[in-house]
Design a protein around this ligand. Structure first.
Ligand SMILES: Nc1nc2c(ncn2[C@@H]2O[C@H](COP(=O)(O)OP(=O)(O)O)[C@@H](O)[C@H]2O)c(=O)[nH]1
Ligand SMILES: [Mg+2]
Length: 580
């Protein structure tokens, strides 16, 4: 195939390939949307959790709770950052979704722009050579992206012989832009040379590389394969980017003598030996750097200058020697066989990488939460160990307090106050027991009062009798004299009785009488009731209360972790399912 035929085939394939990419957008977008939906559901769930504002007054727990919330917030931020990076990448993909994007990478003055201009075809058109490029009307133009601004120009800016880059006034600005053009289904992205870009544009260049379907890495064959080149290549290889390595400017203008004996310089290919040595060196270095590529297909020594000169002079041999035909053939073959696949692989790869990143962020957050959970478990253990000592201490204090209260109440009753009913006394004792528990626990765990308050009404002692004076009744007999009517005695009394006289006599009588005596207040009995019932409370109710106390203190913090953990697991599962 001659030069023109191979150029025509290249241009025609690029023009035809446009249709291949139409499907890609829909597929990539739909999956990306699924990921976004999953993330926003997750985000809403987590925000709901962290928004609950767990109220714990205990400083240690508060600290854990704060850390947990902060950990979750940080996780959301990382997830959002991943989404944003991918969104930016996807924006690029969307903008160039109907094309096969080739990003050209390499050091300054490698010949990137010069070669790009050749591929763009205007150089060939300017030579007045008729090719399939003529089908593209109007002529392709170059879009320049510099720090977000887009401008248009006729060709890619190149360095001239003196090392000045065309179209640019400010030399610092030179080579700092991204330049691109379209050729049918292909977009050729000419990135600035490595290390020569402003930060913004470097990030842009990196994102173009990230989102490119194929990297053409150019390295001047004069100084090909510097350590920096291999570093870059290795990074590209690690990203599983398909790439072609071009060793450019593989030509020479040695001095010669013409028929008249004048010394002239003739452009020609570099010697076979030179090329082979170069290729061998590159092969060895690539292997050394762990880069495995197909040397025949992916490494090529080229000279764009020879290609142009060959076309200009209608010199097929020179065009052949330029190796451009081989490069065009590689692009044709990739476009025909793999462009569609690669095109899909780019967004897929981006989405998969994003999912991996998000899942990793989720994992880290989950790990942090688990750490907090361990602290909580420790706290819970300490609480229950402490609780036993605490219960003993509270029991003692309750006994002392209650005994002194009851004793003083008894004194009041003894000195004349009304008795205290069993209910009244139980109420007093219950209140005191509650007060002691509340005071001790609050001192120990801030925040206990809320949890304990529900026990104010249920913590009741029972079986205590009322406080009252004790009395006794004693029975005794007494002899009293009793006057009684007797029969008349003797004649005289009989006679008198006939006239109505009555006669009396006295006798002794024993009567039984009762008397009440004060036995004092029933304090001993009441105190023993009190002891029994307070002990019962500490046996039957207080352990449960203490358990509840430590559980309730920890619960809100533990719940947050549990719910967040569930959401994280769910999101991880869903996202992993979206990978392909
Ligand atoms: N001899 C020779 N010079 C070339 C070739 N390709 C590019 N150049 C020259 O190399 C210099 C840098 O080219 P340019 O494309 O601007 O480099 P870039 O920084 O990689 O874009 C320019 O002066 C070109 O004329 C080639 O194949 N052979
Ligand atoms: Mg350039």
């Amino acid at each position: 195939m001659n030069a023109i035929a191979s150029i025509n085939e290249f241009v025609d394939v690029m023009l035809e390939s446009k249709a291949d990419f139409q499907n890609v957008k829909a597929q990539a977008e739909s999956r990306n949307n699924q990921v976004k939906e999953c993330i926003s559901r997750f985000e809403a769930a987590i925000r709901e959790l962290t928004g609950r504002k767990v109220k714990v007054k205990n400083p240690e727990l508060e600290d854990i709770s704060r850390k947990q919330t902060a950990g979750l917030e940080e996780m959301l931020q990382r997830v959002a950052a991943s989404l944003e990076a991918t969104r930016r990448g996807m924006k690029f993909i969307n903008e160039y979704e109907d094309s096969f994007n080739i990003a050209v990478f390499g050091k300054v003055k490698a010949g990137k722009s010069y070669t790009g201009n050749f591929i763009m075809g205007n150089v060939i058109r300017d030579l007045g050579i008729a090719t399939s490029y003529d089908k593209i009307q109007p002529r392709p133009t170059v879009t320049v992206i510099d720090r977000g601004k887009k401008t248009t120009q006729a060709k890619l800016a190149e360095f001239d012989e003196e090392g000045k880059e065309g179209f640019r006034v400010d030399p610092n600005e030179a080579t700092s832009t991204i330049q691109l053009f379209r050729l049918g289904g292909m977009v050729w992205i000419d990135t600035p040379g490595i290390g020569s870009v402003t930060w913004d544009n470097e990030m842009l260049a990196k994102s173009f590389v990230d989102n490119a379907d194929l990297i053409v890495y150019m390295s001047n064959s004069d100084a090909a394969g510097t350590q920096q080149d291999f570093k870059e290549l290795k990074a590209l290889y690690a990203r599983q980017k398909r790439f072609v390595l071009l060793l450019t400017q593989s030509d020479d203008t040695p001095e010669d003598v013409d028929d008249e004996g004048n010394i002239i310089r003739v452009l020609g290919p570099r010697s076979e030996k030179d090329r082979r040595d170069m290729e061998e060196y590159i092969r060895d270095e690539l292997v050394k750097h762990g880069i495995r590529i197909n040397m025949d297909k992916e490494v090529l020594t080229i000279s764009t200058k020879l290609a142009i000169e060959g076309l200009k002079n209608n010199d097929e041999a020179m065009f052949e020697a330029s190796n451009l035909k081989k490069f065009l053939a590689i692009l044709i073959s990739i476009t025909r066989n793999e462009a569609g696949k690669l095109k899909l692989a780019t967004p897929s790869g981006r989405i998969n990488a994003m999912i991996d990143e998000i899942v990793k962020a989720l994992g880290t957050a989950d790990g942090t939460l688990t750490e907090h959970m361990k602290i909580l478990e420790d706290m819970k253990r300490t609480l229950s160990e402490d609780n036993e000592n605490l219960q003993y201490k509270m029991l003692n204090e309750c006994m002392n307090k209650v005994t002194s209260i009851v004793t003083s109440k008894a004194q009041e009753v003894e000195s004349g106050s009304a008795s205290l009913s069993s209910d009244e006394l139980q109420e007093i004792v219950s209140r005191e027991v509650y007060r002691v528990i509340l005071a001790t626990c609050t001192e120990k765990f801030a925040g206990s009062e809320n949890i304990l308050s529900e026990y104010a009404a249920t913590l009741k002692v029972g079986g205590i009798s009322g406080l009252s004076m004790r009395h006794d009744t004693i029975e005794y007999n007494r002899q009293v004299s009793e006057r009684y009517e007797r029969d008349p005695d003797g004649i005289i009394e009989h006679v008198k009785s006939w006239f109505g006289a009555k006669f009396h006599s006295f006798r002794l009588k024993t009567i039984t009488e009762h008397r009440n005596i004060d036995l004092g207040v029933n304090l001993t009995e009441v105190l023993s009731d009190v002891r029994r019932s307070v002990e019962a409370i500490f046996r039957e109710q207080v352990p449960g209360i203490m358990r509840k106390l430590s559980d309730s203190l920890i619960a809100p913090v533990a719940d947050l972790r549990k719910s967040a953990g569930i959401e994280i697991e769910k999101a991880k599962r869903e996202l992993t399912g979206l990978k392909c």
